[in-house]
Ligand binder design. Sequence first.
Ligand SMILES: NC(=O)c1ccc[n+]([C@@H]2O[C@H](COP(=O)([O-])OP(=O)(O)OC[C@H]3O[C@@H](n4cnc5c(N)ncnc54)[C@H](O)[C@@H]3O)[C@@H](O)[C@H]2O)c1
Length: 266
Amino acid sequence: MNRLDGKIAIITGGSKGLGEADARLFIAEGATVIIADIDDEAGEKIAAELGAKAEYQHHDVRDEERWIELIDDVVKRHGGLHVLVNNAGVVIPGSIEEQTTEDFDFIMDVSAKGTYFGCKHAVPAMKNSGVGSIINMCSIASVQGEGGIIGYAAAKGAMQGMTLSIAAYCAKDQMNVRCNSLHPSSILTPMVENIRALIAAKREQDPDQDYSNKKMVPMEELGDPNDIAHTVVFLASDESRFINGAQIRIDNGKSIIPGIIIPEEI
Ligand SMILES: NC(=O)c1ccc[n+]([C@@H]2O[C@H](COP(=O)([O-])OP(=O)(O)OC[C@H]3O[C@@H](n4cnc5c(N)ncnc54)[C@H](O)[C@@H]3O)[C@@H](O)[C@H]2O)c1
């Protein structure tokens, strides 16, 4: 008996990074997995590698019509929907003075609105399926101040608030649908590699700027995507059936240390 036997799961942003690790572990635990992403090449490759219980669907989380179509199709073909991992996200660094409104809107559209659409259409499908678990991939950016990522922090804060509202709504109506948020930090994925490259380029352009660790809490160790995926599996499984509206930090304690949290290697 595997921990996710019989579960039908959609994982957004499942072509890379944390979503890919979730997809791999979900399959290992017996789930049927729909990888929903815009990176078709990577997504199709992973789905093929994972075998008959995995499939890839091109899905831009900003498109509400596509959400309706995807969930309908999954329910028709697989007989229900039990798990949604709202994992797709983007980061474009920028402080309140630097971030463009265009970038702010883009980040909000992917993370906040994409999550809203996903939850809006997953809740009725899960209710009909008799059981459901929504896992919203937030960040420690929404539980502590991080000055250089205003749009990202705002989007994750919106997701955190949505999670509580959905959890309360589902609990009140005794739907057997749960909604929880995860708050990771500094896990080595393509997203974090891109941020490192951006900061390295900034350092080169502006060597006089103080990017030293004097202003930062030194963090030598980056986490592995599986450090998050194990908790995603737990929240997706019936083992966590009494956990609803929780906000779980997975950051090796970084967010309880005062200061600016940036891995030392950055
Ligand atoms: N890596 C970390 O340290 C970290 C920390 C905190 C939170 N997170 C959050 O975890 C999630 C995954 O992060 P990651 O590091 O794996 O990122 P990543 O950039 O490595 O992967 C993100 C995936 O999302 C997909 N995606 C982007 N826009 C999309 C859209 N509009 N529709 C569908 N898919 C889309 C990308 O194609 C990609 O496959 C994100 O929401 C991120 O904010 C990551």
